[in-house]
Write a protein that binds this ligand. Sequence first.
Ligand SMILES: *Cc1c(COP(=O)(O)O)cnc(C)c1O
Length: 494
Amino acid sequence: MIHYMSTRGNDEGKSSAQGIIQGIAKDKGLFVPDHFPVFDKKISEFKGMNYATIAYEVMSKYFEDFSKEELQDAIEKAYDEKFEAKEIIPFNEKGGAFFLELYHGKTAAFKDVALSILPHLLTTALEKEEEKRKIVILTATSGDTGKAALEGFANVKNTEIIIFYPSEGVSEIQKRQMITQQGQNTHVIAIDGNFDDAQNGVKKIFNDRLFNEKVQKEGFILSSANSINIGRMIPQISYYVYAYVKLLENGKIQEGDQINIVVPTGNFGNILAAYYASQMGIPVNKFICASNKNKVLTDFINTGVYNINREFHVTNSPSMDILISSNLERFLFHISGGQSDIIKELMENLEKEGKYELPDFMKNEMNQFVGGYADDQKTLETIESLYREESYLMDTHTAVGYNVYMKYKQETQDKTPTVIASTASPYKFTNSVINAIAPSMKGTDFELVEKLHEMTHSPIPKALKDLDKKEILHNTTIQKDQMMAQIEKILSNK
Ligand SMILES: *Cc1c(COP(=O)(O)O)cnc(C)c1O
């Protein structure tokens, strides 16, 4: 049976249900499986399976304490008609690569795929552990995660979800998506401040022992919905198994052939899932880690030095504007051969000095990883050229990935079939996408969505349609020092 342990060595022997409820380990490390499971079938035996079935094959290997019925029930509830594509994740060959479209869920970005199942895994885990308290999901958001978490948790029993967003700093579309959210258990609060204020406030609340004890006495447990949770990270492995199976089905590869995987990366969660897929038996040649101008990861992969002492850039791929990629800690643990004392030291250096350097033996373990980046201008040019040549429209994040791949291919002449994680609908970043293909066109965000549709005829995601006509259901704004009081106020009515 797989157990979960902390990357920092002082919390171990957890079942997956315990890991999902707890979220982060007691020593502030992240939970990792104590070994990698392998498939008991040949990958070619997965041919013809739909996404939900492949997701079951993957998750049953990691969540062994869940019964077959429990897991299938969670998968069934997650991957249904709330996805606008009936295959859940369409797979498209364009411009010499295979685009894995992960963005057909309720908020038009890839986080929907994992956040649709996390709530069901969590409520099942609560039942299994006979945990009677209610889970309160707290999330600070710069726009995307908040809405995806709201959609995932809305009306899920035994949960409340509280989202804090900065009153300045989210786009009009993102804000409208959140404040029109339905569901008895959803709470959306604006903070008079920026994203850091919201994020720091939430972190402080998680680390406030007295506050946590107090809410626990009142019957609540605070938890988080971001990719540090194994209930969100593990389901992502299925994307890459599914992609490999699609390539087999289409005759693009034979069993055992290697593929490349390109991931536009922020918190390192999605690309880590690709690495887990390879550890389970999916043959991978290169993992191509693509960044925007905040290229901490590119530099890290090229030098083995992680250094956040640098300028922070606001880019046109905002979901990748990140300097500390939390899930990298898991990768480091695995390539160190599970030496948690090394990880602890590296993370302490990061906290104290804002940087660390890998020992040589770990640098050598990274040779399957390629790092590259694209700035805003290159991102727009990439959107424009693929649209012009193939009438295929990408969002800015996906374009960063495709740009880095094209450069890699040119430099290496590597002909390995390559999968690109396509992480958001072009409509989600309409402003930038229009700027790329028709820069003279002007209008509000809502008008531009209509114009992009008229121009390209690609369907507008339901999530973004008529957003300006939906009723506003959340209109509370608070000062940043009132977050705790606000949570108490919300919970006292529950
Ligand atoms: C979150 C996000 C990413 C980055 O994914 P990570 O798992 O954090 O690396 C990339 N693109 C989009 C559109 C996102 O929302």
